[in-house]
Design a protein around this ligand. Sequence first.
Ligand code: ADP
Ligand code: MG
Length: 349
Amino acid sequence: MSLITLEDISKTHARIAPVAVSHVSFTLGEREILALLGPSGSGKTTTLRMIAGFDRPDSGRILLHGAPLSGDGMWIEPEQRRIGMVFQDYALFPHLTLLENVMFGLRGQSRKDREDTARRVLAAVGMEEMAARYPHEISGGQQQRVALARALAPNPLVLLLDEPFSNLDSDMRAEMREELLRILRESDTSAIIVTHDQEEAFTLADRIGILNRGVLEQISEPEVLYRQPRTRFVAEFVGRSDFIPGVVCDGIETELGKFPNDPGLPADTRVDVLVRPDEVDLEPAEDGLGVVARRRFRGAENLYLVTLPSGAHVRSSQPSTYVLPAGTRVRVTVRHADVIAFPCAAASS
Ligand code: ADP
Ligand code: MG
């Protein structure tokens, strides 16, 4: 049985506000790490807050181990849910020591037991020696660890993290990601992590859900999301994407050749075919269709922009040692793992 289930959850914050979350359904498995990824305002925080019990859905049900937390006339208070939440701004109490901050969420135990638990989780995040300090006496990364410890102290079934690393510099962020993975695995805790950072979602998550204007457009393993995006939004939001025009006949005809009509689109449909830079090969050729418009050196790769006869552009990721000057005529080959094509908006109306 899944740990958390959202069934057709919708929420609008105010009568005139746009819908924040619209008919969202998904499950979280035991020991699963799920990332919710989407642009600002897409409903990520609202989704987490409803799971935690800080916001009430307008409709739909949220279940924990199959039992409703909200919906069907049920409402379980946040502190009864066994769900921990780490907020974007950490929300540590400035007037309490780190130890007291972590002890704060523990109830129904003796002071001694609460202190033992708090010291144990502070040790788990590597902050035991600073237990007597106040939040302003430690760095942002350390505050993040304490916020994590505070959320873990009551031994939650699920940890919800709202852009937990957004205030950290990139080195620290990479380090904290590894730490978080270790802590979640060691404590057998499932997690939903909200982020707008793709790389973070890809490195941390077993599955990723993509939110766009409150709609969950796709929820899949990272590779499926990248290789088989179900919507144009997902294709564009996840990874680097270019589109070339095509038309369905027996296969999908494009200026870069004919691709199998894997999507099974009806004949004569005008489509945009998704092309990723890591699928595009370039080779200098007098009779090549493409012309190198630009090369961007990015350290580990050269990212080429190539103009095609239709005026469409594709990018090609090449080794940093493979240098072609702008203006070079090139043969362009696409190695498609899966052919993803979206009907053109104009053609379908
Ligand atoms: P995200 O976390 O993906 O940036 P949010 O869940 O915070 O998105 O917001 C989703 C939508 O709901 C946005 O349009 C936002 O302006 C709106 N919203 C969020 N919180 C409130 C609130 N307390 N009152 C009114 N509107 C809100
Ligand atoms: Mg948010």
